[in-house]
Design a protein. Structure first.
Length: 242
């Protein structure tokens, strides 16, 4: 199978999808749209950035390395990268500084022996033990205060993974709550793009038809899918655009 990879409407390259099957494939703008993380931050977290500090050049290393190879120099993310983005963004929203966050990521990676620790089921199934190990491994008393108060670490992870399903230790499917139970992102189907679970119709296609003046009822008839599913797709797409 061949996939036309596009960036801002321009085709970058046609690539064989075999190596992406089961992993998903998202450009940085797609990942930003799906997670709500600004595209500049997506690039910064996965590619690092050059900046100046007190007049001297500084390079901020990536928080983690994207699972997929880039295409013509363009960043390409996997499904697990997408889940990582969501969880790390919640840490940042909880006012965890980048120096602290780097230590958390490094400790979690080492303890779980996984380059994508925040899409690993052990963070949910092993409960407090893993959190304590990660916090202790940072050797930062202030970080312990930040992450143990009111069980903040557990809350951040739980919220970031609450709508994610796992296959063994690894994130497998994301069922966004905004899709009203109708929408799924599954890296084994349509390269992880948002689709209706039962029919596999892309939500972007539903949005396009609705944007052209079609009603949910008429889309339902033409695609031979439940109108409830159509409305779920439209609710999901509306939430992305909000």
């Amino acid at each position: 199978m061949v996939l036309d990879v596009r960036y801002r409407g321009h085709m970058l390259q046609s690539v064989t999808t075999d190596r992406y099957w089961g992993k998903g494939a998202y450009t940085a703008p797609e990942a930003a749209r799906l997670t709500g993380v600004p595209v500049s931050r997506v690039h910064r977290w996965l590619e690092g950035r050059e900046r100046r500090y007190r007049g001297n050049p500084v390079f901020d290393v990536p928080l983690w390395t994207a699972e997929l190879s880039s295409i013509e120099g363009r960043l390409l993310l996997s499904f697990r990268d997408l889940v990582e983005l969501r969880v790390v963004d919640r840490f940042r929203a909880s006012k965890l500084s980048m120096p602290y966050l780097r230590k958390v990521v490094e400790a979690a990676r080492e303890i779980l022996q996984d380059d994508h620790p925040f899409s690993n089921a052990k963070l949910k199934s092993d409960g407090r033990r893993v959190y304590v190990e990660i916090i202790s491994a940072t050797r930062e008393p202030a970080l312990v205060e930040v992450l143990t108060g009111q069980h903040a670490f557990h809350s951040i992870i739980a919220q970031g993974l609450k709508d994610v399903e796992f296959d063994g230790d690894f994130a497998r499917i994301w069922r966004p709550s905004t899709g009203r139970g109708q929408v799924v992102l599954d890296p084994a189907r349509s390269l992880g793009q948002p689709i209706l679970d039962k029919s596999a119709v892309p939500t972007a296609i539903i949005r396009l038809h609705h944007g052209n003046g079609r009603s949910a009822a008429s889309i339902s008839r033409d695609f031979e899918i439940d109108e409830k599913a159509v409305r779920g797709a439209l609710a999901f797409e509306a939430a992305l655009a909000a």
